[in-house]
Design a protein around this ligand. Structure first.
Ligand SMILES: [Zn+2]
Length: 364
């Protein structure tokens, strides 16, 4: 497995595997540099890791393949997987991966398949696929957590290219073509049709076949209005709702209120002088990493995850790993921006006022 790597920069963030390797899980860190990704994996960062960090022909090994990397927030699936974290096309908008990065990922997948004796595949029942994206750990297996990761990475192309490298299969078509067809897809759904249907429902976005930030924003707006789970992602429920024609409104009927009423915030789960904040803070600063006299680490993490989900529902993105229930740089930056927008005291910490505002302040 060493031949495919161009460098080795090992992090100490890993642990023992508790089950055999069955396949690869691919991540997309929406950042433009492989060095930023590596920095996040080094001690003192977010205590996350993957086996490789990949961009444009550079494949850096960060965790030995016989160890379990910490990439899914789920020990069971972390143990099953070889994982890589990939950086954007340098200078491109978020969620764009270059063709050179796609090729590097395919090389790495083929090498993992060889080392652990599995065949790279995404056909047949999805539960048996050996090449999956982060969000599919959740959508197929119910593990990890809901996330948009790995964005528009062409998993079908990578799989077919890896098969070809291993000497089988016909090889892929164009990247973005879903591994052979010419129609770009997102989670299996044709992107142009998603964009056209958004337009039919009154959510205008360019029909360009690229699932970028604007399309994601319109999908979120559509989901919120349709009463669906708001994740900016197209799955079966959102697709079905998009395909339905919008109800024709009686022109004589009064217009619907333009903003839905704000829901009531759940009770702040800590004493009022405690807050969610950095792990390095005092006893009152709850990071999701540890338990305290008000609950276990898992309970603390769940509270923080719920807050992050709420921010995501309001359109704040956690592009590196989605909401993970842990307080890190990404959460702090979002909270600072949110507090500023809402005229709250700006400290980046989640106390009772910030918690309440996440539910009850109008979305602007
Ligand atoms: Zn991920």
């Amino acid at each position: 497995m060493s031949s495919v790597y161009t460098e080795t920069r090992l992090t100490s963030d890993h642990s023992a595997r508790t089950r055999g390797v069955g396949g690869v899980v691919l991540h997309h860190g929406a950042t433009t540099s492989v060095d930023v990704i590596i920095g996040l994996m080094m001690p003192g960062g977010r205590t996350v890791s993957a086996h490789a960090a990949i961009q444009d022909g550079r494949i850096v090994q960060t965790v030995p393949s016989n160890r379990r990397a910490w990439s899914l927030g789920d020990a069971y699936w972390d143990s099953w997987a070889m994982t890589c974290e990939c950086a954007n096309d340098a200078g491109a908008p978020s969620w764009t991966l270059s063709s050179a990065t796609h090729e590097s990922i395919a090389q790495w997948v083929a090498s993992a398949a060889q080392a652990f004796d599995f065949y790279p595949r995404r056909d047949g029942p999805s539960a048996t696929w050996t090449v999956i994206g982060h969000r599919e750990v959740y959508t197929i297996h119910g593990g990890s957590y809901a996330t948009a990761c790995p964005g528009g990475m062409d998993l079908a192309w990578i799989t077919r290219r890896a098969q070809q490298i291993l000497g089988s299969g016909d090889g892929p078509g164009a990247i973005g073509g879903g591994g052979g067809s010419t129609e770009p897809t997102w989670a299996g759904y044709p992107i142009r049709e998603i964009q056209e249907r958004l337009g039919v429902h009154g959510y205008d976005t360019a029909v360009d076949g690229i699932y970028g930030p604007d399309t994601e924003r319109q999908v979120r707006a559509f989901q919120a209005a349709a009463g669906l789970a708001v994740d900016g992602d197209v799955g079966p429920a959102t697709w079905t709702a998009l395909k339905k024609d919008p109800a024709k409104r009686d022109p004589a009927a009064p217009a619907a209120p333009s903003t839905p009423s704000s829901p009531k915030a759940p009770v702040f789960p800590l004493p009022s002088d405690w807050y969610f904040g950095p792990e390095s803070g005092p006893r009152e600063s709850v990071s999701g990493h540890h338990g305290n006299r008000h609950g276990t680490a898992a309970e603390m993490r769940k509270h923080l995850w719920r807050f992050q989900q709420r921010l995501e529902d309001r359109g704040w993105l956690f592009p590196l790993h989605g909401s993970d229930g842990l307080y890190g740089d990404e959460t702090r930056e979002n909270v600072v921006a949110f507090q500023r927008e809402k005229g709250l005291a700006v400290d980046g910490l989640i106390g009772p006022a910030t918690w309440k505002a996440a539910w009850e302040a109008p979305v602007t």
